[in-house]
Design a binder for this molecule. Structure first.
Ligand SMILES: Cc1ncc(COP(=O)(O)O)c(C=O)c1O
Length: 419
């Protein structure tokens, strides 16, 4: 059934049928949530053995319970170095959240600059390039600091480099770009070699230009193992290492609220960060660091652990894709991306329908991420992008949630077509 090939009479008949189905769901009083990319209880249970670890001596005999070790214990640096192929000397271990680390990095740039250039608060305007659709919490941070966010469209395996080049070249107020290079939130884009080369070799007017490189889903593969080029090595090659602020965490490897995070950057960046950090804290939670390392052990073991996550996530993503195909394969009123991993499925309704779809779902008891959230200032000019987060609900709930979602897409589209 293809709505675009139907007569008005046929569309009105279909609308009546779809309305009936929608009303049935309304009566069910459901309470379903596909709004945030939270690991399910089953996924969290994979790491419960962490809670049994009660060692507190680091491998060099330090006491993880006590003050100190500002930049993190050696073995935690070694673990991230192993997983991400980064030099351990250039790694700083943080608390349980990359977002917190990112926020602090931006706050330091805003208050103190990067150690060589004036603080960002001294500029009339700071512009940050934001890849869209993207992660709402990234945009929230930029908005909080009053930065002007400029949309840069993602492409199949990168981003609109021409636009980025033209914006950076002559404008000193363009100070950074924020990206999720693997299984990006929400589209699942993975950067090609060329995209990464372009990023590392960018010509910028700003001397204090920064690449906020949030590799949140580096090893979170579901359908295909993706390995991208090493941005640290590329920045080194192009002599742009001082730009790189590389973030990663174990939030979606062990416990989302109880993992550890990482910042990687040039020698200068790490020294500078430590200098300021020492005024902020005596040290992060090293017990969490030690437990994480003793549980994950090394890259190979972590990769095996991630396969267990993938085994739980795959049937959920399969449901999403099979429902989308069943409903929209021959009815092009909705398009979607096919991520190879990560936590999300990004879909696009016809123009100006996303808010209505999200509203209709909410009426039925299905909560989705607000339409518009995947864009800076919550402004999706086409009002068409919706982020589906299938990780949290159990399989049976997800089936129902997707049925409701598909009915709501049909209903909103038919109402518009017949209006
Ligand atoms: C791209 C991205 N970065 C960061 C985070 C949050 O990471 P953390 O828990 O380490 O703050 C998420 C969570 O959804 C995310 O999607």
């Amino acid at each position: 059934m293809n709505y675009k090939e139907m007569t008005k009479k046929e569309l009105l008949e279909e609308l009546e049928l779809v309305r009936q189905k929608y009303k049935e769901y309304l009566k069910c009083g459901l309470n379903l949530d596909m709004s945030r990319g939270k690991p399910s209880d089953e996924q969290l249970d994979l790491s419960n053995d962490i809670l049994k670890i009660d060692t507190f001596k680091t491998k060099d005999g330090k006491d993880a319970r006590n003050y100190g070790i500002l930049d993190g214990i050696e073995e935690a640096k070694e673990l991230f170095s192993d997983i991400l192929d980064l030099p351990k000397e250039n790694i700083l271990i943080g608390g349980n959240s990359t977002l917190n680390m990112l926020y602090d990095c931006i706050a330091r740039l805003y208050m103190f600059g990067d150690g060589e250039n004036k603080p960002w608060h001294k500029y009339d305007k700071i512009k940050i390039l934001c890849l869209v659709p993207g992660y709402d919490r990234h945009f929230d941070i930029m908005e909080e600091f009053g930065f002007e966010m400029i949309n840069i469209n993602l492409t199949k395996d990168g981003f609109d480099i021409e636009k980025v080049r033209s914006l950076c070249k002559d404008d000193d107020s363009v100070k950074g770009i924020i990206c999720v290079p693997v299984h990006s939130n929400p589209t699942g884009v993975c950067f090609s070699k060329k995209a990464l080369e372009n990023l590392a070799s960018l010509e910028t007017k700003a001397k204090d230009f920064k690449i906020f490189y949030d590799n949140a889903y580096a090893i979170h593969h579901i359908y295909e193992n993706i390995e991208i080029d090493n941005i640290f090595k590329l920045c080194k090659k192009y002599d742009t290492l001082d730009r790189l602020l590389y973030f990663f965490s174990t939030s979606k490897i062990t416990f989302a609220g109880g993992g550890i995070s990482m910042l990687c950057g040039s020698d200068k960046t790490i020294e500078y960060t430590k200098r300021h950090l020492s005024k902020q804290t005596i040290g992060y939670d090293k017990i969490a660091q030690l437990k994480t390392v003793l549980f994950l052990k090394n890259k190979n073991n972590t990769i095996e652990h991630m396969k267990k996550h993938a085994n739980i996530l795959k049937p959920k993503f399969d449901i999403v894709f099979s429902k989308l195909e069943e409903n929209f394969k021959d009815n092009a009123i909705l398009s979607w991306e096919n991520p190879k991993g990560g936590y999300f499925v990004s879909v696009n309704t016809e123009k100006n329908l996303a808010k209505e779809v999200v509203r209709l779902c909410k009426e039925c008891g299905l909560i989705l991420t607000n339409a518009g959230s995947t864009y800076p200032y919550k402004k999706d000019e086409n009002n068409s992008n919706i982020r589906i987060a299938p990780s949290y609900p159990p399989l049976d709930e997800l089936q129902t949630a997707m049925d409701i979602f598909c009915i709501c897409v049909r209903l909103a589209t038919l109402e518009k077509m017949t209006a």
